[in-house]
Write a protein that binds this ligand. Structure first.
Ligand SMILES: Nc1ncnc2c1ncn2[C@@H]1O[C@H](COP(=O)(O)OP(=O)(O)OP(=O)(O)O)[C@@H](O)[C@H]1O
Ligand SMILES: [Mg+2]
Length: 276
């Protein structure tokens, strides 16, 4: 497996002195589908921002396709390798039209305007953003579409690794399935490495090949999703989810062929069972 990102003994401490990551070692390969899970404040978002160079290590190293993220002046090279879609797309969308939003990244790395144009159309097509929306202000779109625009703006930079922070939060089941199936297509058909951050164990069970469990700034578990879910006692200790959900996820991974998609009815049924 070709390594895309190598994290070596990474520590990250926020400027106010909060230690957020300690001794992280991680290798991310080509065309993986990974879930980062862990309780609130465990360091998932901080780690993602270290992987795309938005944050520089306090100690240790992050090497992205051979580039050391702590080198200065490297951000334009990093954005074309690792894309990060924010937990809240509204923190990312700041242009006045959908088209200028998607064009922002390619323009910012100084691509010629005809290449920018090509990339905007391609990214919009892949992300399912209709060109009829190009002149619309992203603010006026429903959340699901705003997220697609956020993803399209990342795709326009053609990064091999795409990190999506909580892709299904605040979305109904239909929208969640749409965004997850879309990410799976990017993984399977376009060959991207996809990393999702989520609190929804059934999404993890159904989509991620590999799961990394974070707790208090450290990696507690890292392995094939099936193996991780076969250790409910450890998952419980990390307080990732209530035990019912862990059992549910265990059942999903046993009952369903790997990488199957739950239908909306199945999801509803499982949710109802959980809420009983
Ligand atoms: N800007 C900041 N300044 C100081 N400390 C921060 C900042 N952002 C996050 N932290 C702290 O860093 C730690 C890791 O936070 P992080 O946001 O990475 O967790 P997370 O796993 O993404 O949580 P969640 O599931 O709630 O999104 C927490 O202790 C958090 O309080
Ligand atoms: Mg977070």
């Amino acid at each position: 497996m070709t390594t895309l990102i190598a994290v070596d003994n990474l520590d990250f401490t926020y400027p106010d002195g909060t230690p957020a990551l300690m001794g992280i070692n991680l290798e991310i390969g080509e065309q993986e589908f990974i879930a980062f899970i862990g309780q609130n404040g465990s360091g998932k978002t901080t780690l993602s921002k270290c992987l795309n160079g938005l944050f520089k290590p306090t100690a240790g190293k992050v090497i992205v396709e051979g580039l050391d993220t702590s080198r200065s002046g490297i951000i334009k090279q990093l954005v074309t390798r690792v894309g990060y879609v924010f937990q809240n797309p509204d923190h990312q969308l700041f242009n006045r039209s959908v088209k200028s939003e998607i064009a922002y990244g390619p323009r910012n790395i100084n691509l010629p305007e005809d290449e920018v144009e090509r990339r905007v159309h391609e990214a919009a097509r892949v992300a399912g953003v209709s060109e009829e929306l190009f002149d619309t202000h992203p603010y006026f779109l429903p959340k699901g579409l705003r997220q697609r625009v956020a993803i399209a703006s990342i795709l326009a930079l053609k990064p091999r690794t795409i990190i999506v922070d909580e892709p299904t939060t605040g979305q109904d089941m239909q929208q969640s399935l749409e965004v997850m199936n879309f990410l799976r297509r990017l993984w399977q058909e376009e060959g991207h490495t996809i990393i999702i951050i989520t609190h929804e164990m059934r999404i993890v069970a159904d989509y991620a090949q590999r799961t990394v469990v974070l707790g208090q700034g450290q990696i507690l578990l890292d392995g094939p999703t099936r193996e991780i879910f076969s250790k409910p006692e450890i998952l419980q200790q990390t307080y990732v989810e209530p035990p019912q959900i862990t059992r549910l996820a265990q059942r999903i991974s046993q009952d369903k062929p790997f990488q199957s998609v739950l239908t909306i009815d199945e999801m509803k049924q499982l949710t109802e069972e959980y809420l009983k």
